[in-house]
Ligand binder design. Structure first.
Ligand code: ATP
Ligand code: MG
Length: 446
């Protein structure tokens, strides 16, 4: 039979392997507990939505809708569907569909995969994960500041100190319209400096030209009319309100008049957390206010504000910062030899797990169950604190050999079956031998 060709993952879509899983867990646990500490509740929405949802929410002339969406026709019924490119549209749809704000505003968070057909490169993938929050029904600058501060707490807790905050206000639609006219005039007067992308955007989304990374355009873009100068009293007061809270709480930021969002539904406050440690893809969190969005969805006018973090970029930053997530260890590795010992090992392993310890029971490979020696090697590699060994001798006298694996000096003990659980709990929780049990979160000891 000829060998089958290997099937590989879709380009730009990554596997998260067990070696990286503890780091992801560390991020998720930290993020979730911080969001909870600010009163945010979890929401989960589908990965597939009607294409129209994103076309309407994100805006037809954005990068995402123009060229990044995974859209397709469901061959079963002709529905036009899209793999979600971001989280806000789905969350807001769900809020409206279930009338979640009928009894007041809501603070929500979500996490999960997003899909954008971009050119894969460092920090930019076609499936990537976001962790985000949306606060719906809050109008004032206070919630904007709260969101920014909870992000700061996140970087602190994760040990990321080289992250800085950029802040801007993009006002409301009328203010942007007046600015837009002057902006287009400025660019038209310098049309030769514009690259092809900017020329294309000139009359569709000129604000986005401000975001250009093209070095040849930096001077032109820096000299462009600043949206901040077009804001009127109400928008300015909101922006000042955000800044006042941030200043009072010692949150450092720079006002970046060129900071805009790639998505149409934003207004007023926009912010980004950026780092220089990740090369070109330095934005790890982007957020802002989207007061017009719910009305665009046919709901009654309800303000909103949110952010989304790119988890892959944060994981890379955590690694660069030397953050160590404790590897997946177990407490006990069960080694056994012979049919009777295997049966007894199952019984003991269940009892030890009942006591809250993590147990790996040696199982056979295509090469068989393996010798004592090879099983002990596996026990060693597992990082277990103890090997519990059952062989012919142990079965004959009703005891298990309990061998400390990490504390070289400690002695092996012969423990009657009925005492094995107490013995291990005692040893591991420090009552007896003072073993360093390590620090893993997926196991609780009673
Ligand atoms: P960019 O200008 O880098 O394309 P964006 O404006 O498209 O960013 P948002 O839609 O605001 O990004 O998404 C929020 C965050 O999600 C980004 O700051 C980034 O951390 C992350 N992110 C966005 N696109 C990708 C991607 N293709 N791969 C990995 N992370 C991404
Ligand atoms: Mg993008």
């Amino acid at each position: 039979m000829s060998k089958q060709e290997k099937i590989l993952a879709v380009k730009g879509m990554n596997d998260i392997l067990p070696a990286d899983a503890p780091m992801w867990e560390l991020f998720e646990n930290t993020a979730e507990s911080i969001l909870k500490s600010y009163g945010y509740q979890k929401i989960v929405t589908p990965i597939l939505e009607e294409t129209g949802l994103f076309a309407r929410a994100i805006g037809a002339v954005t990068d995402i809708v123009e060229k990044e969406m995974y859209s397709f026709t469901d061959s079963m019924n002709g529905d036009l569907l899209t793999l979600r490119p971001e989280g806000t549209a789905g969350v807001v749809r769900a809020v409206l569909e279930h009338n979640l704000v009928y009894d007041g505003p809501k603070r929500l968070w979500y996490k999960g995969p997003m899909f954008r057909h971009e050119r894969p490169q460092r920090g930019r993938y076609r499936q990537f994960f976001q962790f985000g929050a949306e606060a719906v029904g809050f109008a004032g600058p206070d919630i904007d500041a709260e969101m920014i501060m909870l992000c700061r707490r996140m970087w602190d807790d994760l040990g990321l100190d080289e992250v800085r905050l950029e802040l801007n206000s993009i006002g409301n639609a009328a203010e942007r319209l007046r600015h837009r006219a002057d902006l287009i005039a400025h660019f038209e007067a310098n049309i030769d400096t514009l690259d092809a992308e900017a020329k294309r955007r000139l009359h569709t989304n000129p604000l986005r030209i401000l975001d250009t990374k093209n070095p040849a355009m930096q001077e032109l873009v820096n000299a462009a009319p600043k949206l901040l100068d077009y804001l009127e009293a109400e928008s300015l007061a909101h922006f000042e309100g955000v800044r006042k809270i941030l200043d009072h709480n010692n949150v450092q930021y720079t006002v970046n008049p060129r900071l805009v969002r790639g998505i149409d539904y934003y207004n007023r406050t926009v912010f980004e957390w950026v780092t220089d440690k990740l090369g070109a893809q330095g934005t790890i969190c982007a957020g802002g206010r989207y007061d017009p969005l719910i009305e665009m969805f046919g709901g009654k006018a309800t303000p909103g504000v949110g952010f989304a973090m790119g988890i892959e970029r944060i994981i890379e930053l955590m690694k660069a910062a030397g953050e160590m997530a404790s590897p997946n260890q177990c407490d006990v590795y069960m080694v056994h030899q012979g049919d009777a010992a295997q049966l007894q090992a199952f019984v003991l392993a269940e009892r030890i797990r009942d006591a809250g310890l993590d147990v790996v029971l040696h199982c056979a490979t295509p090469a068989g169950a393996g010798s004592f020696k090879s099983q002990m090697k596996k026990a060693d590699g597992s990082g277990a604190a103890f090997a519990v060994i059952l062989g012919e001798d142990e079965m004959a006298n009703g005891t298990a050999a309990v061998k400390p694996m990490r504390d070289m000096g400690a002695a092996q003990a012969s423990v009657p079956f009925d005492d094995v659980v107490d013995y291990l709990v005692d040893q591991i929780t420090g009552g007896g031998g003072g073993h360093d049990h390590g620090d893993h979160s997926n196991c609780t000891h009673h």
